[in-house]
Design a protein around this ligand. Structure first.
Ligand code: F6R
Length: 364
């Protein structure tokens, strides 16, 4: 049931601190400050590459995972949407791990990609929420997300739990590949253990998200920008907004702005900039300046350090606490979900059952 929430989506957004905590506990031993090797029965030191594939929001989770695997574990990741992957006939090495991400475990294109990789003789690992699903059954290794049943068509808690698993796996892979030492492992595990606390903090920004959403419900187009791990989040923000509010939105890597989308900038299209104070921050700020110089209205999502460092006028600034870099994509997902949710509520759409969409896409 929805409890005292208006929609399942709202309920599922608010469940995140708890379900992420459950999910993390499956992969990390907080007391010891280590990854649980029993939860990762896969030797990442024998893997030379990851070939990953998924659809929609699960694909964006995988895209964030790519940044983590490559940076922390020095393990290259090829990732593509499953509808392309399955027909691409990419050359696959037997030492690659095929990795799939899916809430339902039934998505037709992702399942077809999985079967293709299996046929090629690859080991199959799947991050999946529904344990009894076809993908779970057909995988060599199942990495469960413990999000519980997700009812809202727009994925929220499954997404952040997928990210929690991917981050944990990246740390496990780094440990097995010797790219981090014990002290770094303990540090990363401690940082990941803080996600629920920061997520609760982010949820307390709900009133401000509602205020901003009132403005968003008045516009026709929204652009989301981000760099690094905030780039897939920009894609996810745009997807979430369009699928439930029916407002046209696009997500771009901030550095791509000058290669086209900057032509769209005017005072009628808000630009949502996702910019934690990380090593991409200064670059994103210079893109923000390009937007401001053309009369664009900026909604900045940042942290205390970022807010202090940016002197630009914004339409709204959403300030999260400063936090470790590895957890930022998970925490920043929350204001993004709340903005889409409240905008849709203002638009009066059917938030849990948006038109033309199904929870599980079992046809191609
Ligand atoms: C968006 C959304 C979809 C799914 C996609 C994959 O909010 O929910 O984009 O993420 O259809 O579904 P699963 O994860 O079940 O494979």
């Amino acid at each position: 049931s929805k409890g005292n929430h208006r929609h399942f989506m709202e309920k599922e957004i608010h469940e995140q601190p708890e379900v992420i905590s459950h999910t993390l506990a499956n992969y990390l031993d907080f007391a010891k400050g280590t990854v649980r090797t029993d939860a990762t029965p896969l030797d990442f030191s024998k893997v030379d590459r990851i070939a990953a594939s998924a659809c929609g929001t699960a694909f964006y989770a995988g895209l964030i995972g790519k940044y983590w695997f490559e940076r922390i574990a020095r393990l290259p990741v090829d990732i593509d949407v499953a509808s392309e992957f399955r027909y691409r006939e990419m050359p696959l090495s037997k030492d690659s791990l095929a990795l799939f991400v899916s809430q339902s475990g039934e998505t037709a294109d992702t399942l077809a990609s999985l079967r293709y990789c299996k046929q090629q003789g690859l080991k199959i690992g799947t991050i999946v929420n529904v344990r009894e699903s076809t993908m779970a059954r057909e995988s060599n290794t199942v990495f469960p997300t413990l999000a519980g049943p997700e009812v809202g068509v727009a994925s929220t808690k499954a997404f952040t739990c997928q990210l929690a698993v991917l981050a944990s796996l990246a740390v496990a892979a780094a440990k097995m590949r010797g790219t981090i030492d014990e002290q770094e492992e303990r540090q990363l595990v401690r940082e990941l253990s803080e996600i629920p606390r920061y997520a609760n903090h982010a949820l307390r920004l709900e009133e401000q998200m509602e205020t901003i959403s009132r403005d968003l419900s008045q516009v026709k187009h929204v652009l989301y920008l981000g760099r690094g791990t905030s780039y897939p989040l920009a894609l996810e923000g745009a997807l979430k907004l369009k699928e439930i509010s029916y407002i046209h939105a696009e997500g771009y890597a901030a550095g791509e702005l000058k290669h086209g989308p900057i032509a769209l900038i005017d005072e009628s299209m808000p630009v949502i900039v996702i910019a934690p104070y990380d090593h991409w921050f200064e670059k994103t700020v210079s893109n923000m300046q390009e937007v401001a110089a053309r009369g664009g209205k900026i909604i900045l999502i940042t942290d205390e350090k970022g807010a202090a460092a940016s002197t630009l006028n914004t339409m709204h600034t959403i300030v999260l606490p400063d936090m470790p870099e590895i957890i930022a994509p998970i925490i920043y997902a929350l204001p993004i979900q709340m903005l889409a949710y409240h905008t849709a509520v203002f638009m009066g759409t059917d938030v849990d059952q948006p038109r033309n969409l199904a929870k599980s896409v079992t046809v191609e």
